[in-house]
Structures are given as C-alpha cells and as structure tokens.
Design a protein around this ligand. Structure first.
Ligand SMILES: [Zn+2]
Length: 103
C-alpha cells in the first residue's frame, strides 16, 4: 500500500540513538547506509519499501515508540543525517503475504 509518512534520518551515534546506542539495528546487524531504514512496528523487519524521491530501503531497525509511524533513514554520518532534516514522502509498503492468505 502507498502511505504518506514523515521521513527522518539518523546515524548510530548516542545523539541519534540514545545513551545505550550499541551500533546494531533492531535485527541485530550493523546498519548499512543506502540500505537500512527504521520503520513502524507494523512493518515486519526485512520488508523492502520504496520511498518516493529517495529509493528502496529495507526495514531492519525500529524507532522510539513515540515516533513509530515514521520512516527513519540510516546514514553513516551524523552531519548527513542532520542535514536530511524532516520530510514527508509517499512510501510503498508491500502488504504482508500472511494478510493476503487470511482474506
Ligand atoms: Zn547521529
């Protein structure tokens, strides 16, 4: 489905990820610039999404609960993440196959 979401950016530093930043994404692996994004908990880890104007990313990380309905794009560099700012974009999120099977 297409959905219009707030898009933000982050890196693995303590400013972006809090004092307990461990450098790993929610899937237990290091995030990769150009691939990794954090997404809402309703989107399963490993889901490939397409963000208009930005490109394809794989949801392998999570946001803080209060920002759950956002996409957070991973950058290696804190300055690059900060420069990205806050945007809105149309995001394509594939429907889960399990959901289709139930209907
Ligand atoms: Zn940072």
């Amino acid at each position: 489905m297409f959905t219009n979401l707030v898009i933000t950016a982050y890196c693995a530093c303590k400013l972006c990820c809090g004092p307990n930043a461990c450098g790993l994404a929610a899937n237990g692996k290091p995030p990769v610039e150009g691939v990794t994004c954090a997404g809402p908990r309703r989107v399963p880890l490993g889901t490939k999404i397409h963000i208009e104007g930005i490109g394809t990313r794989i949801v392998t990380d999570r946001l803080a609960k209060r920002f759950d309905n956002r996409i957070d794009i991973y950058f290696n560099d804190h300055a690059a993440a900060k420069k990205f700012g806050v945007r809105r974009a149309v995001v394509w999120i594939p429907t889960k196959p399990e959901t289709k099977a139930k209907q």
